[in-house]
Design a protein around this ligand. Structure first.
Ligand SMILES: Cc1cc2nc3c(=O)[nH]c(=O)nc-3n(C[C@H](O)[C@H](O)[C@H](O)COP(=O)(O)OP(=O)(O)OC[C@H]3O[C@@H](n4cnc5c(N)ncnc54)[C@H](O)[C@@H]3O)c2cc1C
Length: 448
């Protein structure tokens, strides 16, 4: 039977889009190649996801299942310089308290929720071909189920296949973000880590590694005494290290050796891991800066990581996927019901502006001449009051406010690289009271 919409991929973008479309009365099918639960990297979420979870009807499940995140800590490698960014400084109410989630559990919960909202979900269906030129104007999809070919047809197809970028690759439509380098990410989970006060309170910690590494290490406190630790480093540096490590560790083990070498090279992380044991194989992800030039057509659209992927330094991916699903769903409905693509066009224009904000923020993070987040103390000192506006903007950006005031935010990000601003800031820091930098973010019991 012909479906209204087929969605390729049952990650957070695909399942949330399916829910929004099914609620409009459309007949929606998700084809997912994996059998859930399946592991996935990307465990820390922005507070701006909170109201989307509410809309999707999963907020209570999020509260029951996952750990809470009141803010972000940026640190230098030995922990001697750190800044804490607490979302409750700029957001009122419970949305200021975000979540960290093990993705196997989170993605499974979302996909099951899509089923409960009437979406037809087929797992272990690996989409291998799509014909967008069908004579009836619809699409024909070919999938493999345990090596058996299965055909599906629909009026519209959405590619939410994540970094597999199924349609983007098929159409040959992928570009690089010119501003951003290619990086390699390596990650694993640990038990028995000695958490710093800010990790114990739920903050994600981001350790900034400068120099030739041009990278960072994330520490994400999950439930059940699990600490997720990942590393993202410049691909040139990773390749140079690969040559050195291959001789001793061989082709299968060099990535694990590089992961351990780099995380232990940061004294703060080394200290945290003194008595910890690794409880996950090291996973690698690479090449993360691309976008699809054309994101929609007459009978198809591309969303989430399949449409664009930006370095995950600011934990933006899941929010971008959920927000994109909510923004584009009305456009798909309008396209199918009224043969009009104006909502889809304006939706993608708004998404592109938000992605530009995130891209600038990432470029500033890596720019060796910019003020870096570990240095950007959120001090309460009187001298800093005149910079309050800038601090508010950075807090809002760290919370996920990418789509509302793009122009204002873009100029605030550029100020991080402005020599006059840097001079003024250095002068103010000379007067700051170091005590102010010690405040960690709290989880207020009435918000949980
Ligand atoms: C190193 C790293 C760290 C990250 N950290 C964070 C973080 O802390 N916070 C955050 O918000 N984001 C983070 N992200 C980004 C985040 O993981 C993604 O943005 C998010 O998973 C995107 O969701 P999605 O549904 O678009 O894609 P995915 O979650 O990748 O889902 C795509 C689904 O499509 C399925 N699929 C693929 N191809 C096919 C096919 N041909 N047929 C059928 N099914 C198919 C896959 O099996 C998968 O289940 C990180 C990413 C990386 C690489």
């Amino acid at each position: 039977m012909k479906k209204d919409v087929i969605i390729i991929g049952g990650g957070p973008t695909g399942s949330s889009l399916a829910i929004f479309l099914a609620r409009e009365g459309l007949d929606v099918l998700i084809l997912e190649k994996a059998k859930f639960p399946r592991e996935h990297v990307g465990e820390s979420m922005l507070p701006y996801c909170y109201h989307l979870f509410e809309d999707l009807g999963v907020l209570e499940k999020m509260k029951q299942q996952f750990s809470r995140k009141p803010g972000v800590t940026f640190s230098n490698p030995d922990g001697s310089q750190a800044s804490h960014w607490c979302f409750d400084k700029v957001m009122d109410g419970p949305a200021s308290l975000s979540f960290h989630a093990r993705r196997a559990e989170f993605d499974h919960m979302m996909l099951d929720h899509a089923r409960s909202e009437g979406v037809d979900v087929r797992e272990e269906m690996h989409v291998v071909d799509a014909d967008l030129e069908s004579t009836d104007g619809g699409v024909q999809i070919k999938a493999l189920y345990h090596d058996q070919e299965v055909l599906f047809s629909a009026r519209f197809v959405v590619d939410a296949s994540g970094q597999d970028c199924f349609l983007t690759r098929k159409i040959g439509n992928q570009e690089r973000f010119e501003n951003l380098n290619i990086r390699l990410a390596l990650s694993a989970h640990w038990n028995g880590a000695a958490l710093t006060p800010s990790l114990a309170n739920g903050n994600i910690t981001v350790v900034h590694c400068g120099g030739e590494k041009l990278g960072w290490i994330w520490l994400i406190p999950l439930n059940d005494d699990r600490l997720s630790i990942g590393l993202a480093i410049n691909m040139d540096y990773a390749q140079a290290q690969r040559k050195l490590l291959m001789t001793e560790h061989g082709a299968r083990e060099w990535q694990k050796a590089l992961y351990l070498q780099e995380i232990h090279d940061a004294p703060l992380v080394h200290q945290i891991l003194q008595d910890a044991t690794m409880c996950w194989n090291v996973v690698s992800n690479g090449d993360f800066s691309y976008y699809a030039r054309e994101k929609f057509g007459r009978n198809h659209a591309i969303l989430g990581d399949a449409a664009a992927f930006l370095d995950p330094i600011f934990s933006s991916g899941i929010y971008l996927g959920l927000h994109s699903a909510k923004t584009i769903a009305p456009g798909i409905v309008q396209r199918l019901r009224q043969d009009d693509d104006s909502l889809m066009r304006s939706g993608y224009e708004s998404l592109n502006r938000g992605y530009e904000v995130v891209e600038e923020l990432i470029a500033a993070f890596y720019d060796p001449t910019a003020i870096h987040f570990p240095e950007l103390s959120g001090s309460e000192d009187q001298a800093f009051q005149e910079m309050k506006g800038a601090y508010t903007v950075y807090h809002m950006l760290l919370a996920g406010d990418f789509f509302n005031q793009s122009d204002k935010y873009l100029s605030a990000i550029r100020a991080l690289k402005d020599p006059a601003m840097i001079e003024k800031y250095k002068h103010l820091r000379g007067h700051a009271d170091p005590k102010d930098e010690l405040r960690v973010c709290d989880i207020h019991p009435d918000l949980v």
